[in-house]
Design a protein around this ligand. Structure first.
Ligand SMILES: Cc1ncc(COP(=O)(O)O)c(C=O)c1O
Length: 387
């Protein structure tokens, strides 16, 4: 049986092997970090804590995933896009020109899991009385400017599915705001059970958890039959919710399920950091010097665990569509929010076309990494015709 290469971490026997602690700081170890339902839910909750509402503006990078913007719009506020420089940092010269009278907050992300120096941004926020939301969705681990990630923002958010073999989850760390996070609604019992099954099923589906595969597939077959015979109809998901352009605000106020929280607390963090760093370095070596391709950041900073490997591709299309058809574990932020302007000295819009984000998570095997390199070299070879 051929299994697809997993796009995100998957549960396997190794998930808990190795030290739970990592030398690299982890957002989950932040003393005021709380589990939430997702990264986008954390952004929504952070905005609510700040009191963002209609008439307010929130600064967001031109390079983004729509899930970063949807919570702002859901609260009736307006996203204002700021330019990103070649290192992924906010364009401070541009920010200095902005009328901040209606700006309540700025969202700054550690893109790809490579920590951004934030001392200057922090100073700009203090001088302009703008709240800093540190987006650590790509950086559950790391330090920047000598401090742990997640300690620069007034609030910091994380996304668990990108680093842990869980079907949902986020976290919200609170540095300055008085008061605690509001109480989140408990997930249903069915939701708790489903989360546990989803964890195991994802592992089996990708050829992991050897020895359990037959049993889990049989159980799933039975459950599917039961579901069909009990004719439970579920409302079709709103496609715009699925694409991340809107946010399910009810779901966003639900607490994390117990199985996901347990895995987040017990998985080996040391293994996550070391395997991701090794995989990143493998891609640097394998893809440096390949015509038309360029590792965006060939040198990996010490204190971090990359989320993905950012690869600049000179002529990304139509190869990218072929990669997606092949179920290749890659993503690209090519669906920008409709009102993104063109700003001089901004690299964000170019990145949204040219940067491919390659999976480099801890559960990829060496043979899968090599297979990814071979496919990339084939799809982007001069003269290759995409089918
Ligand atoms: C930088 C960034 N922030 C926030 C999010 C939202 O995280 P989640 O998918 O857990 O809702 C994402 C999702 O891709 C992201 O890339």
């Amino acid at each position: 049986m051929v299994h697809p290469i997993p796009r995100l971490p998957v549960f396997d026997w190794q998930t808990f092997s190795g030290s739970k602690l990592s030398a690299t700081p982890c957002l989950l170890a932040h003393p005021k970090s709380h589990f939430t339902n997702s990264g986008r839910a954390s952004i929504l909750l952070a905005m609510e804590m700040i009191g963002v509402g209609p008439g307010d503006e929130v600064l967001v990078p031109t390079y983004h995933c729509p899930t970063m913007v949807a919570p702002i719009v859901a609260l009736g506020a307006q996203p204002v896009f700021y330019p990103v420089d070649d290192d992924g940092a906010p364009g401070l010269a541009w920010l200095d020109q902005v009328d901040v009278s209606r700006v309540r907050a700025i969202l700054v992300a550690h893109f790809f899991g490579l920590p951004q120096p934030l001392a200057l941004v922090r100073r700009w926020c203090d001088q302009n009385r703008v709240r800093l939301i540190e987006d650590c969705a790509h950086a559950l681990f790391g330090a920047s400017d000598g401090k742990a990630i997640g300690t620069w923002g007034d609030l910091a958010i994380g996304s668990l599915t990108k680093f842990l073999p869980v079907p949902e989850g986020g976290c919200l760390a609170n540095n300055l705001m008085p008061g605690a996070l509001q109480t989140l609604q408990r997930p249903s019992k069915i939701g708790q059970i489903k989360a546990g099954f989803d964890v195991v099923h994802a592992g089996v589906n990708h050829g992991r958890l050897r020895g359990l595969g037959y049993m889990v597939r049989m159980l799933y077959g039975l459950l599917a039959k039961f579901k069909r015979s009990s004719a439970v109809t579920t409302a079709p998901m709103n496609p715009s919710v699925a694409e991340g352009f809107t946010i399910d605000t009810v779901q966003a106020h639900r607490a994390l399920t117990y199985p996901s929280a347990w895995i987040a607390e017990h998985a080996s963090r040391d293994r996550i950091v070391s395997c991701r760093r090794e995989n990143y370095k493998f891609f640097v070596e394998a893809l440096t010097g390949v015509p038309g391709l360029r590792p965006l950041h060939p040198s990996l900073p010490n204190d971090c665990a990359p989320y993905v490997f950012p690869l600049w591709v000179d002529q990304p299309d139509p190869g990218y569509a072929e990669l997606r058809r092949l179920d290749f574990p890659v993503s690209r932020w090519d669906r920008l929010w409709p009102s993104v302007p063109s700003i001089v000295a901004d690299i964000g819009v170019q990145w949204s076309r040219h940067i491919l984000q390659l999976a480099c998570h801890q559960d990829l095997k060496r043979a899968e990494l090599q297979q990814m390199v071979d496919v990339l070299k084939r799809v982007y070879a001069p003269g290759h015709v995409s089918q």
